[in-house]
Design a binder for this molecule. Structure first.
Ligand code: SAM
Ligand code: SF4
Length: 450
């Protein structure tokens, strides 16, 4: 294979997809591919797709259409990976006849063989078999790709064994497989060795981790790794928020005070139909214990509006819950029927919510959340907050950028290099960011660490 081949990966969707794209890049680097500066320069184009909502799927199809001309002009090879690939399999080859190969999330390690079949044997390939969970190998991060970064993702599990009635993930990502503890710890150590100071443990449902020890203990072990300053994790299901996990928040300060805990809805009737396995009261009770264990913890969430059968009263329950909890921020979505899901199949029977009602509810919810987020952020003005410096701010590189332990974004005047922990006085706020100036360095970058 020529040493000058270039690849371009277009990533849609969540942090699991971002992490998968990174792994694809590492596999391609072993095949001597280099990153193309733009998609127009690529010999290999991979679209890593998301199918969580119909809109994401539509966006990926129109992107794919745009890449068709590059295929014609450069004879580029085009592959589609991720959740739409897993869901559509060979149907994708029919829907997009210019696509050369389709591969599911379990097939990233097979990219060399897939490319060989496409390029040498001139075949169109579909590789979407699940890997047997006993033999599933988590792609390992190449620490060199993390050199210079302060914060990095570490995959700890994949798939999901829940059956939330709206969600396509169990069909596109398969059954849960937890990564062995030693493998997680060794990846964390290798990232710390190249300068990473904050790790985020990721998986579709991290707190149901079962890699030999429960998730709470995994979190503790990662937090105790020399050189790790902060540990975060995402995403969690509320019914796995154990007492043991709450305890870790109470006594391990390196576990960052931020919890993303998707509630989805503020109505018990809808939650039952969503098959979420908790009531609003139970959610609030767990959250109360968490806040007692770690006062000031920032709580964020996901919410779906317009779920089949949701009426105005159910929706008001969601508004009331948002008021009561005062989420730091939330990702809110209109319900999108997905193939092979119970809510997708029964939407009409349960009661389709008209599109304009869905949009109106979404706007009301987002308006409320913007007000709450703005108030929370405004309360930071005048405070001195701890920031882990990540580098220059994207929008204004004359400023530095970092995050507080609560995961609040801060751009500030300061000169501490990335990896340092600094104290920043906050001068101004918006609903999703803070601005300030560096007061002093709390912890300089320790080049000898660990
Ligand atoms: N595992 C997490 C949990 O249990 O809450 C959720 C992960 S899911 C990949 C991310 C978010 O997408 C969900 O929390 C939900 O709010 C949203 N989502 C999933 N399916 C959806 C659908 N059919 N329509 C709209 N939003 C959806
Ligand atoms: Fe989807 Fe999360 Fe439910 Fe799993 S727990 S089915 S990923 S919403």
């Amino acid at each position: 294979m020529s040493a000058t081949k270039r690849y371009f990966i277009h990533t849609f969707g969540c942090q699991m997809n971002a992490s998968d794209s990174m792994r694809m890049g590492e596999v391609l680097a072993q095949l001597k591919y280099v990153v193309a500066p733009t998609v127009e320069d690529a010999d290999l184009i991979i679209v890593n797709t998301c199918s969580i909502r119909e809109k994401a799927e539509d966006k990926m199809l129109s992107t794919l259409g745009r890449y068709r001309s590059i295929k014609v002009s450069r004879h580029a090879v085009i592959g589609v990976g991720g959740c739409v690939a897993q869901q559509e399999k060979s149907r994708l080859l029919q829907r997009a006849p210019f696509v050369d190969f389709v591969f599911g999330p379990d097939a990233i390690g097979k990219l060399p063989q897939i490319l060989e079949r496409v390029e040498k044997d001139r075949m169109r390939v579909v590789e979407t078999a699940w890997m047997d969970s006993e033999h599933y190998l988590f792609p390992r991060a190449d620490p060199e790709t993390a050199r210079g970064k302060v914060t990095e993702f570490v995959t700890v599990m994949k798939g999901c064994d829940n059956v939330c009635s709206f969600c396509v993930v169990p069909h596109t990502r398969g059954r849960e497989v937890s990564r062995p503890l030693e493998e997680v710890l060794s990846e964390v150590r290798s990232l710390v060795a190249v300068g990473v100071r904050e790790v985020t443990l990721i998986g579709q449902n991290v707190n149901s981790y079962r890699g030999g020890i429960p998730f709470a203990q995994l979190l503790r072990r990662v937090a105790e790794t020399p050189g790790v300053e902060r540990v975060r994790f995402t995403t969690s299901h509320p019914h796995d928020l154990s007492d043991e996990l709450i305890e870790v928040f109470a006594d391990q300060p390196r576990v960052a005070p931020h919890f993303h805990l998707p509630v989805q809805c503020g109505s018990d009737r809808v939650l039952a139909r969503m098959r979420r396995d908790y009531t609003v009261e139970q959610y609030l009770e767990r959250l109360g214990l968490l806040r007692q264990a770690r006062p000031g913890i920032a709580v964020t969430t996901d919410i779906i509006v317009g779920f089949p059968g949701e009426d105005e009263e159910d929706f008001r329950g969601t508004l009331a819950l948002s008021q009561a909890v005062r989420f730091e921020s939330q990702f809110s979505f209109v319900f999108s029927p997905r193939p092979r899901t119970a809510a997708g199949l029964h939407e009409r029977e349960w009661g389709t919510v008209p599109h304009e009602v869905k949009i109106e509810r979404l706007e009301r919810l987002q308006r409320l959340q913007r007000e709450i987020s703005a108030e929370i952020m405004r309360a930071q003005v005048g405070q001195e907050v701890e920031v882990l410096v990540e580098g220059p701010a994207k929008l204004d590189p004359s400023k530095s950028f970092g995050r507080t332990p609560e995961n609040r974004s801060v751009s500030f005047d300061g000169d501490a290099p990335s990896g340092s922990r600094v104290l920043v006085k906050i001068h101004a706020s918006s609903p999703n960011a803070l601005r300030g100036s560096q007061k002093r360095v709390l912890q300089p970058v320790d080049r000898s660490c660990p």
